[in-house]
Design a protein. Structure first.
Length: 150
């Protein structure tokens, strides 16, 4: 009779495979035992309290607030029309290049610099002139339009 064809390493590999299979079966059994399947709907519900926290207890019906459908706003709220007098700002020309046709105006109230192009000019301006202007949103930020000497 010949010797067994199984070597030590083959036996070890078979033991590891068997151990892996048993571990997998054990995990499967644990998952089945601790599974959420079969629970009632009441056990799976979550509630939100007045502060916005999630709780497992239902809210008190006595504290229920009634909200009118008209009071619910979806999207951006409507803004009141701005008064045309409020749109006119005052400032000083901080920089203006006649050859290129653009510059910047320093706003007196907000101290921000607003871009101005020669197409937005009513009167001819130069540096350090006091001006009144309106602003509109351009491609890269605020632009001064209707620029007049003050």
């Amino acid at each position: 009779m010949g010797r067994s064809q199984e070597t030590f390493s083959k036996k070890e590999k078979e033991k590891k495979k068997l151990k892996k299979r048993q571990d997998k079966e054990q995990k499967k059994e644990d998952r089945k035992a601790n599974s959420d399947k079969g629970k009632g709907i009441d056990e799976m519900l979550a509630y939100v309290d007045d502060e916005g926290n999630i709780t497992s207890t239902p809210p008190d019906p006595k504290n229920k607030r009634v909200i009118k459908q008209e009071d619910i706003q979806i999207g951006v709220s409507k803004q009141a029309e701005a008064d045309p007098a409020d749109l006119i700002r005052k400032g000083t020309v901080a920089f203006f290049n006649d050859s290129k046709g653009y510059g910047f105006i320093q706003d007196h109230v907000s101290q921000e610099r607003v871009f101005v192009h020669q197409n937005g000019l009513v009167d001819k301006i130069k540096e350090n002139d006091r001006v009144t202007f309106e602003v509109e949103m351009g491609h890269k930020g605020l632009n001064a339009v209707n620029v007049k000497l003050a």
